[in-house]
Write a protein that binds this ligand. Structure first.
Ligand code: HEM
Length: 166
């Protein structure tokens, strides 16, 4: 439950005269909600993805991957990510994107690139006051996609593993 609605539920209990109109959800009830619901439903997912995607497009460290995407393609990228997050967290959306390995294959994404993207997601979740438990659950889903997305070894690893005479 969002902090604001939690406080509103508490406030209802404190109505003068002692009338109990509503009670806050118990921890058990809260745990039974899908991650999608705990992220604030579609509005919550949509706001997080909009902010996250905007940061990806403007980060010079990874901008080369998104260069050449026009406004319509960027809007479609956001929508596909909203549907993916919504569906993967137990929401009622349909996945409208292609498989992660098909989409990212050949882009030459390194583990370091992936970490930059994951870092932006983390920052946005923190700024949107998403509790740590929900952040961790979402990250478990996102990290499970990493092997399908990363298709180039890190430069550091390459140079470390490269023969000395090269
Ligand atoms: C962190 C986990 C990631 C998720 C959940 C994710 C998700 C997606 C989705 C849903 C699409 C749209 C697929 C479609 O058009 O059918 C997409 C496309 C794309 N992603 Fe990712 N992505 C992730 C990581 C990355 C990373 C690390 C990069 C590069 C730094 C990246 C770069 C791109 C690019 C360039 C496209 C457009 C590809 C194209 O249309 O040809 N993604 N991603």
């Amino acid at each position: 439950m969002k902090l604001k609605s939690y406080l509103a539920a508490i406030a209802l209990l404190a109505i003068p005269g002692g009338a109990v109109i509503s009670s806050p959800a118990t921890a058990q009830e809260e745990m039974e909600k899908s991650l999608y619901e705990r992220l604030g439903g579609y509005a919550g997912v949509s706001a997080v993805v909009d902010e996250f995607a905007g940061r990806l497009f403007h980060d010079p460290k990874i901008a080369q991957f998104f260069a050449g995407m026009g406004d319509d393609t960027r809007a479609s990228f956001k929508q596909k990510n909203k549907n993916l997050v919504c569906a993967a967290t137990g929401g009622p959306c349909k996945i409208i994107s292609r498989n992660a390995d098909v989409v990212h294959g050949g882009l030459g994404i390194t583990s370091a690139d992936f970490d930059v993207v994951a870092g932006h997601l983390k920052d946005v979740l923190v700024e949107f006051n998403v509790p740590e438990a929900e952040q961790d659950e979402l990250f478990a889903i996102i990290l499970s996609l990493k092997p399908a997305i990363v298709d180039r070894p890190d430069e550091k690893k390459l140079s470390k593993d490269a023969p000395a005479d090269r």
